[in-house]
Write a protein that binds this ligand. Structure first.
Ligand code: SF4
Ligand code: SF4
Length: 382
């Protein structure tokens, strides 16, 4: 799943701030049985305790990554027309290599790893990837288009130790832009409500290219009815320019934000600024507190700034992370990648950024990946 779909970690902080999560069993969605409800509540309690520790650790020290997105599989079974984060040919990153990368991230002190793609459920050993994240004491999340979910798959994810799952749903009925529709996925959502012991967030979208803004509201209501959390993202044009939502879309946006009060956006103005097309004043700590690790094992600022710094993870030193921490990002005021902005909140109050980005390293140590470089493009926020 692509385009910066990454609200998952935010749930951690929101829950830790005292919001109630319905996936703990408030609605016992669609009759999840008592055993599932019990396991769900236990996992929620454990995850929440670890999330609180993650926040304290992030406030005490700026030396470790808080959130990492890692790509085990660039290939996707779908081809959403707005997406720039998938192909239909690549092979899975071998499990041993995934473990090596996860160990490097664990050694850096990473708190949360979210598996993204492409479609991560196409990876034949994704359960082992999740298990390895958990075995290193890291909070494990995943973003998927949901098409490969069934009861057996959900139970495997339960057993692997998954803690957060996000599905982004674009419309009520499939169209030429996206097949990720409520109609296509509703049966799978019901299965999640019955069998998942991890937390589920459903993200809907508004903005450029979305034909029926009312769809987002219907999707959000369905998510809440099933006992999930609900968030809304905004798709912008291909230039990534902030473009205000129309009046009607803005009212839908506000309604969904109200519905999904667990959304972290309640605690900051970022999404509201994006919805209104306003620039935002913040310090992007990508390359330091947030890392995007592509399928080739290279570190990038984020999904929308792939190509920089483009250094192999094994060579990405604490000094490099520290430099990026202090580097002002030219794209920050008009950024639409809300997960990085949410990570930034933990440090916005300290350490002004006064460095400029390093010149691109073109030595063999850092193989260039021209096919990945997409500076200036931005897509969806979550
Ligand atoms: S499901 Fe759509 S948005 Fe997600 S990675 Fe595949 S093509 Fe991209
Ligand atoms: S400010 Fe730039 S580098 Fe940071 S998350 Fe946004 S687009 Fe990525």
């Amino acid at each position: 799943m692509g385009l910066g779909a990454c609200i998952i970690w935010a749930g951690a902080l929101i829950h830790s701030l005292g919001q109630k999560n319905k996936t703990t069993g408030v609605k016992s969605a669609l009759g999840a049985n008592a055993a599932v409800r019990l396991r769900r509540a236990a996992r929620f309690a454990r995850t929440r305790a670890r999330e609180l520790r993650m926040i304290v650790k992030a406030l005490v020290s700026t030396k470790h990554p808080i959130l990492v997105h890692i790509i085990p599989m660039r290939r996707c079974n779908l081809a959403c027309t707005y997406c720039n984060e998938f192909d239909d040919v690549s092979t899975p990153v071998p499990l041993d290599e995934m473990k090596r990368r996860l160990d490097l991230l664990a050694d850096m002190g990473t708190s949360i790893i979210t598996i993204s793609g492409g479609e991560p459920l196409l990876h034949p050993e994704i359960d082992e990837v999740i298990r390895h994240i958990r075995s290193r004491g890291i909070i494990a999340g995943m973003i998927t288009n949901g098409f490969f979910l069934n009861q057996e798959r959900i139970e495997r994810l339960n057993r692997a130790g998954l803690e957060h799952l996000q599905i982004s749903i674009d419309n009520v009925t499939p169209d030429e832009v996206s097949k990720k529709s409520l109609k296509t996925l509703d049966g799978r959502l019901e299965m999640l409500a019955q069998h998942a012991v991890f937390q589920v967030n459903i993200n809907s979208v508004l903005g450029s290219g979305v034909k029926n803004p009312e769809d987002a509201l219907q999707i959000a209501h369905r998510a809440v009815d099933l006992g999930f959390t609900s968030t809304v993202g905004i798709i912008h044009d291909n230039n990534g320019q902030l473009k205000p939502l129309g009046e009607h879309e803005q009212s839908i946006f506000e309604e969904i934000m109200e519905l999904g009060k667990r959304s972290f956006s309640r605690f900051n103005e970022f999404q509201h600024n994006v919805a209104r097309g306003r620039e935002h004043n913040w310090r992007c700590r990508s390359g330091s507190r947030y890392l995007y690790i592509c399928e080739r094992g290279l570190v990038h600022w984020c999904s929308q700034q792939r190509g920089y710094p483009g250094i192999p993870l094994a060579q990405y030193s604490p000094e490099m992370r520290h430099r990026e921490y202090s580097t002002e990002k030219f794209c920050a005021p008009r950024c639409t990648v809300s997960c990085v902005q949410q990570v930034g909140i933990l440090d916005n109050w300290r350490d002004p950024q006064n460095l400029k980005p390093m010149p691109m390293d073109r030595t063999p140590r850092a193989p260039q990946t021209p096919e990945l470089v997409q500076i200036g493009s931005a897509g969806e926020i979550q």
